[in-house]
Ligand binder design. Structure first.
Ligand SMILES: *[C@@H]1O[C@H](CO)[C@@H](O)[C@H](O)[C@H]1NC(C)=O
Length: 355
């Protein structure tokens, strides 16, 4: 655990989003159509980044509620390059101008829902690098949520790429509550359309948390399986563990388990099941700075929250499969008022840390 007592204001401003970040919408692997290297969506020089995702998110929050409650079946016409939505229905994009830019439609649902996508039609010729890709998860600047180390499928299998004028019969279902459609339009007037539907996920593992509630509470579970599950948010957060049962309750025979309290440094003690709380600058928790790591059975832990001042806050639960694990966390978004306090983790943009 490292506590920083004072943090220069400049750095805080950068962390809060004044940094210029570059989007790299890469399309590695998995192709329906054979694509040459030149056809792929390469690195983009753009000022879009997590900041633009976050601001898209803010606008989603403003509009989604009333529309969602009315359940109107209107067609959504996508015009902005980075588009964020939490709505079901029909979506449509037609290229009005062409600049060779890769764009993304970021879709999210409730934590206990997966996203089902089907194409109504595709008219995106393969020339000039024209391409549409369905991604199982979110990708930004070459980083993924869920991280490749937490996803059941290999990265190649998380991409489905298409181009041409064709009918795509396949129905895509995401493995978690976020999915992405990346595209690059080859010529003016080309278009595609797809339908989004949310389906129940009875055993959610990885969740991207976007709650309208001010202080959400969520429980990560492994359902007795050998899986790594993580919860990530797109905001700096104070993470309080409300209940902990990790590495104690056997997944097969159940008996009475005694409270062990919160145990730290579980990995060093040779325990394979543990929770990590931390933050990272991008979407991938592989690069996360860990504020605390713990396991045990504790019904009333955490008086002191971990404060994570990063673009992305993550709670990650590693499960060997031998135990029925769960961890319940309470999240509170932190802002400028919190920077005078002790912060458990502060993420610095790469260009600053390198200096
Ligand atoms: C879960 O993560 C741990 C440590 O990061 C890794 O050793 C293990 O192989 C992962 N388990 C699965 C099922 O991917």
């Amino acid at each position: 655990m490292s506590y920083l007592t004072s943090v220069p204001v400049v750095i805080i401003l950068v962390v809060l989003g004044l940094s210029e970040v570059r989007v790299v919408l890469g399309f590695p692997g998995g192709s329906e159509t054979q694509l040459t290297k030149d056809d792929r969506l390469g690195p983009l020089h753009s000022t879009l980044g997590l900041l633009s995702l976050r601001s898209s998110l803010a606008s989603v929050k403003d509009v989604s509620k009333p529309i969602r409650s009315k359940r109107t079946a209107r067609e959504h016409h996508i015009t902005d390059c980075i588009h964020m939505t939490s709505e079901e229905g029909e979506f449509y994009h037609k290229a009005l101008s062409v600049d060779g830019q890769a764009c993304g439609i970021y879709i999210f649902s409730e934590p206990d829902q997966n996203i089902e996508l089907r194409f109504n039609y595709l008219d995106v010729p393969c020339e000039n690098g024209g391409l549409v890709s369905v991604v199982d998860g979110w990708e930004l600047r070459g980083e993924f949520f869920p991280s490749t180390r937490d996803h059941q499928k290999p990265l190649r299998a998380r991409f489905n790429e298409f181009c041409g004028e064709r009918k795509i019969k396949k129905v895509f279902t995401s493995s978690q509550n976020v999915a992405l459609i990346q595209y690059r339009m080859p010529t003016r007037g080309t278009s595609f359309s797809f339908t989004v539907r949310f389906v129940k996920n009875p055993t959610p593992c990885n969740v991207f948390f976007q709650s309208d509630e001010l202080e959400p509470i969520y429980t990560l579970r492994n359902y007795g399986k050998r899986v790594n599950c993580s919860l990530s948010t797109l905001f700096p957060a104070a993470v309080n563990t409300v209940a902990l049962d990790v590495g104690v309750t056997p997944s097969i025979q159940r008996g009475i388990q005694l409270e062990t309290g919160t145990i730290h440094k579980c990995q060093k003690r040779g325990l394979d099941d543990y929770v990590e709380v931390g933050g990272s600058f991008g979407l991938d928790n592989r690069y996360m700075q860990v504020a605390d790591s713990f396991c045990g059975l504790n019904s009333k832990p955490g008086k002191y929250p971990e404060t994570v001042f990063c673009e992305t806050t993550t709670v990650r639960m590693v499960s060997s499969g031998s135990f029925d694990n769960s961890v319940t966390v309470h999240l509170r978004q932190i802002g400028e008022n919190d920077i005078d306090r002790h912060l458990s983790v502060v993420c610095l943009p790469e260009d600053i840390t390198e200096e």
